[in-house]
Ligand binder design. Structure first.
Ligand code: DGY
Length: 320
């Protein structure tokens, strides 16, 4: 008998189709709109397998509606939308998409860093708004990236890929991580420092650490106060790692030079959010892994796990 699979978003038909051999599939038929919570809770009542995106919260409440649930597949490497402990208690497995988005996300981080440092979006707006009347020496001047010090918080796969890119820009690379990365230190000269020293010494602070109870609010008013007044903060991990109200204050008061943000506490960010009123904020709609190749690879990694489960085989990329 086929297993019941519910998909919380409309994914490309050619990606989903092969799963029909093992699954009776139902899905939310919208590509851009998140399934409303009540509809999701109703949909999971008889499903054995659930395929979700980061916009869907898989928590105790959802599990209480899903007595047959055995597997949750997450279209992301980050899985803060899933209460892994609650799943474990019920013996439900979960999978994610590690590895395939490392370079694409690191590329975006570097793009965001350059865009913020060199005020690229602001300069484009300036041109399109007809403000470009002449060339003058201090027009839209930014900060040099080459030769500057970058401090990376979270030296996992993506953090290391960002650090390697930084080497190409002849940057000094500092990092802080739960574990030392001795091999990367020896191979590339990255320097391990305390969080405090990283914040004090870096011209660019890049947050790449996973979001969990240890990192929630990791960068608050105290930490921001340690940073140089002309430093730049980049976040492409999860919004909740930064206290956004405190970030607004330092940016507004000139105690931080700029911020480049691909992620926010609340996504999508409200259009009247104070951070969006600041010219020294570059804000993107969580596009870290958004290349056609990478999004396809992420979907295919989920499909691989679903196929394995359908065939009764061992599942790769399990979240343990
Ligand atoms: C992830 O994979 O965790 C990203 O944030 C979404 O692509």
């Amino acid at each position: 008998m086929k297993k019941k699979l519910f998909i919380t978003r409309k994914f490309p038909t050619h990606i989903v189709e092969p799963l029909q051999e093992y699954y009776e599939i139902s899905q939310w038929e919208e590509e851009e709109i998140v399934i409303p919570r009540d509809k999701l809770l109703a949909a999971v009542t008889d499903c054995e397998v659930l395929w979700v995106t980061i916009a869907d919260q898989v928590d105790e409440e959802l599990l209480s509606y899903a007595p047959n649930l055995k597997l949750v597949t997450n279209l992301a490497v980050g899985y803060n939308n899933i209460d892994v402990k609650a799943l474990r208690k019920k013996g439900i497995m979960a999978t994610n998409t590690p590895g395939v988005l490392t370079n694409t996300t690191a590329d975006l981080v570097f793009g965001l860093l350059l865009a913020t440092a060199r005020r690229i979006p602001e300069s484009e707006r300036y041109l399109r708004e007809g403000k470009w009347k002449s060339w003058y020496p201090m027009q839209l001047v930014g900060k040099d990236v080459s030769g500057a010090t970058i401090g990376i918080i979270g030296m996992g796969r993506i953090g290391q890929a960002v650090a390697r890119r930084a080497k190409g820009f002849e940057m000094k690379v500092l990092y802080n991580n739960r574990r030392r990365r001795h091999e990367a230190e020896e191979m590339y000269g990255f320097q391990y420092v305390s969080l405090e020293d990283l914040l004090k010494q870096s011209d660019f602070v890049v947050i790449m650490t996973p979001y969990n109870s240890d990192t929630e609010g990791l960068i608050g008013a105290q930490e921001l106060a340690l940073m140089k007044d002309d430093a730049v903060l980049i976040n492409a991990s999860r919004g909740g790692i930064i206290d956004e109200a405190a970030l607004y204050d330092v940016l507004k008061n000139g105690n931080l030079w700029a911020a480049g943000l691909d992620v926010f506490e609340q996504e999508p960010i409200a259009m009247d959010h104070p951070l969006l009123t600041l010219p020294n904020v570059v804000a993107l709609p969580h596009i870290g892994s958004a290349s056609l190749e990478t999004r396809t690879a992420m979907l295919m990694l989920n499909v691989k796990a679903l196929m394995a489960y359908g065939q009764g085989k061992a599942i790769s990329n399990r979240i343990d």
